[in-house]
Design a protein around this ligand. Structure first.
Ligand SMILES: [Zn+2]
Length: 381
């Protein structure tokens, strides 16, 4: 058995309050790849929390069988600060109560430091593990000034020490989809296929936002884009949107955990589970560019009724939903919401009382959407 437990103390947000990050580690650093997984960075997203409990159980069995070839680190809840933010009963863990900042934004990115290193370094030919150590050193220099920055810094430091980084999220009501760098199209598509996700969204390097998975991709992507590492030898990070917020069941979580292990096996981190326990899906995956994603807004206040479901095909001008006015002149009066793309509905609202400007749906199209620009491709909500 190689299991270790790490307890990482975070700065106290108030006298008498101690927040701690917990990390479970299996295996050892070796020639095999290492992997880091966490869930619940948006603390109001709970499917991944259960998936990782199933995964930990399976990792313990694999560890006992000597089947973990590399190092696997699992942080079962990435945001104890957000999980403690409750407002009249509901967990309000997507934004920091301190300043309204999205907990999955403004992570420390390394592209500029790595680019500066490449401009200066006399010998730039290095092995992947040497790059990994260099990135960890760069991140160690960043200073954290607030409890939430300290949380982000600790998560980034843990993750950057691994080759593969998987960040488990969910959306309101949606089909599974995977976000990753466009430099890692093969792995993103393989991960989506193994996870049973029909969609992979590929981000340009300059997507912006500072999401957690960009800590890793900003560093590795700069080296890969400079032609110094192949796609296969580079590190890989992805955000996995497991499904919708209410899709929390043991059946789904056990299947998701098995599928995550299949991906780790395909990366050489570990040796497979017994085939009988694996859910042998391999979904066909449609790839969309992130700048083809369209966030369609509600035009007015009312009750939204959908004409399309996540996973449905949509075409430009087609009615995807209607907002039923409660204060109109007529009865059961409706304002249609039209598709802005030819493609797929990915996400819709879970709660149906909406207001103007609220996101009605996330649609994915193949063509770049005019109002979306590199540097601000991630919706802040
Ligand atoms: Zn999320």
């Amino acid at each position: 058995m190689t299991y270790r437990r790490l307890d990482i103390r975070l700065p106290a947000p108030a006298p008498g309050v101690q927040l701690t990050l917990l990390a479970h580690q299996f295996g050892n650093r070796s020639n095999a790849r290492s992997a880091y997984l966490h869930a619940g960075l948006h603390a109001d997203e709970h499917p991944g929390l259960l998936v990782l409990q199933h995964l930990l159980e399976k990792l313990r069995q694999l560890d006992a069988a000597g089947a973990i070839d590399g190092l696997v680190t699992v942080v079962p809840y990435a945001n104890p600060m957000g999980m403690s933010q409750r407002l009249f009963g509901a967990v309000a863990g997507r934004f920091d109560f301190e300043n309204g900042e999205n907990f999955n934004r403004n992570f420390p990115l390394l592209d500029q430091q790595v680019a500066a290193y490449l401009a200066e370094a006399p010998d730039r030919a290095m092995l992947p593990e040497q790059w990994r150590i260099l990135f960890a050193g760069m991140l160690g220099q960043a200073a954290a000034t607030s409890p939430s920055q300290a949380l982000k810094h600790e998560l980034a430091k843990l993750a950057i020490a691994h080759d593969i980084v998987l960040d488990l999220h969910c959306d309101t009501d949606c089909i599974a989809h995977v976000y990753a760098s466009e430099l890692q199209a093969e792995r993103a598509t393989r991960l989506a296929g193994l996870m049973g996700s029909p969609v992979a969204m590929l981000e340009p390097r300059e997507a912006g936002g500072g999401a957690f998975d960009q800590v890793h991709s900003s560093a590795w992507g700069t080296v890969q884009a400079a032609g110094l590492l192949s796609e296969r030898d580079s590190g890989f990070s992805a955000t996995i949107e497991l499904r919708g917020q209410t899709d929390v069941t043991d059946e789904l979580a056990a299947a998701d955990a098995s599928n995550l292990l299949r991906f780790l096996e395909s990366e050489g981190v570990l040796t497979a589970e017994s085939p009988a326990t694996l859910k042998m899906t391999n979904q066909s995956v449609e790839v969309f560019p992130l700048d083809g994603a369209s966030h369609v807004s509600c035009p007015c206040a009312g009750v939204i009724v959908y004409r399309k479901a996540p996973g449905d095909q949509v075409s430009v001008g087609e009615v995807i939903a209607e907002v039923v006015l409660l204060d109109g002149n007529g009865f059961n009066q409706r304002v249609p919401i039209l598709s802005t793309v030819n493609g797929l509905m990915i996400v819709r609202q879970l709660k149906k009382l909406v207001r103007p400007g609220e996101r009605a749906a996330l649609l994915a199209g193949k063509r770049s959407v005019r109002d979306r620009h590199a540097g601000s491709l991630l919706l802040d909500f």
